[in-house]
Design a protein around this ligand. Structure first.
Ligand SMILES: [Zn+2]
Length: 358
């Protein structure tokens, strides 16, 4: 409801309707995945690249489903209890693609906790908060693309061929994925990852302005929020809003919880640097969206070595060890989306669509 990511609207803007994306939610349902299966599948990706398995206490003490008998804060989170392999997740899991991704995100935090556990206490932390948010997302980018193709490859084909589309989903592999499918996939990823940037940026820009006294809390608390949303993201409310009656920013968990948000903006860029570096370690440098590190223990070990450093070195030094880059480098994101960017420029030119918004 915050329009923070737009991939749920993919079907409204899908580049090629003749190559619909594999539907992970559907695959999970057809395969009769349980909540537990989703966590085991996520864990299996991490262990396949030599990262840690979740601990017995993780399985015993985490909250995986919304309890029926009491209210809980369902906002997903991962916890380091700092004691005897006690790491936990709290996710009110629903069996769908978004939660499959969230599981990877939260497990990424726990992988980081476990990796820097041998550092002195003071250094048992992320190289910066953006690193912490980026780990699980990086793995989730591989997993959400390739797990789905693995899951689908086990399905009987007659379940999968929808009447209107003849694409034989059960046999999809790198050779048969069409260019149309790839552009559709990149569009889906862009709606998730690129559309998020202006949202994440505004979250803290708005609060910084507020705390600096640049926003009159009596008559522009809500209006300033929407002013920034439209300036940076081209998003406006669907109905009229009024100060001081409405406070829409407060509907986002991190605002009342006073949780910083710049870390997610940083992580959104950083995860493409991690992703590209892991692909390069595997020798994969072109068509980055098609790189799959599943099962590559060498690549995973390099990732793990960076995670194990915790905050013992500056984040730029830590980053350089894995990526060769000592700064935040948005070019990695452009690199990943290059085929889509080229396609969009040609489409917009051909159709005379204006770029941007008033
Ligand atoms: Zn997180």
């Amino acid at each position: 409801m915050w329009a923070q990511q737009w991939h749920d609207r993919l079907n409204d803007v899908i580049p090629y309707s003749d190559a619909p994306l594999l539907d992970l939610t559907l695959a999970l349902q057809v395969q009769k995945y349980t909540v537990n299966d989703m966590y085991k599948t996520a864990e299996e990706f991490f262990t396949s690249i030599n990262l840690y398995a979740m601990t017995p206490k993780f399985w015993a003490r985490s909250l995986f489903i919304k309890p029926p008998d009491r209210d809980v804060v369902c906002h997903a989170a991962a916890f380091n209890m700092q004691y005897h392999d006690d790491y936990r997740a709290k996710i009110c899991t629903i069996i769908n693609d978004d939660y499959f991704y969230t599981i990877h995100h939260e497990m990424g935090h726990i992988e980081y906790y476990m990796s820097y556990n041998n550092q002195p206490f003071y250094y048992q932390d992320g190289a910066n908060p953006g690193f912490h948010e980026a780990i699980g997302d990086t793995i989730g980018m591989y997993a959400s693309k390739f797990s789905i193709e693995r899951v689908f490859s086990f399905l009987p084909i007659n379940i999968l061929v929808s009447p209107s589309h003849s694409i034989k989903l059960g046999f999809i592999d790198e050779e048969t994925i069409t260019e149309h499918y790839e552009i559709n996939y990149l569009m889906r990823m862009a709606l998730q990852k690129v559309a998020f940037l202006p949202f994440a940026y505004v979250m803290d820009k708005y609060r910084f302005a507020l705390f600096r006294g640049q926003i009159n809390v009596n008559n522009e608390l809500n209006a300033k929020w929407w002013e920034m949303r439209i300036t940076y993201g081209g998003i406006m409310p669907p109905i009229e809003r009024h100060d001081p009656k409405n406070f829409d920013a407060g509907a986002k968990y991190h605002i009342p919880a006073n949780a910083p948000y710049a870390r997610y903006f940083i992580a959104d860029i950083l995860q493409f640097q991690f992703y590209r570096a892991l692909c390069r370690l595997q020798g994969h440098t072109k068509r980055l969206h098609m790189c799959d590190i599943y099962g590559n223990k060498y690549v995973g070990q390099k990732f793990k070595e960076m995670l194990a450093m915790g905050s013992s070195k500056s984040w730029s030094e830590t980053l350089e060890i894995l990526t060769g880059e000592d700064h935040l480098e948005p070019e990695a994101m452009l690199d990943y989306f290059a085929p889509l960017y080229k396609w969009l420029k040609m489409e917009n030119l051909a159709r005379g669509y204006p770029v941007g918004w008033e």
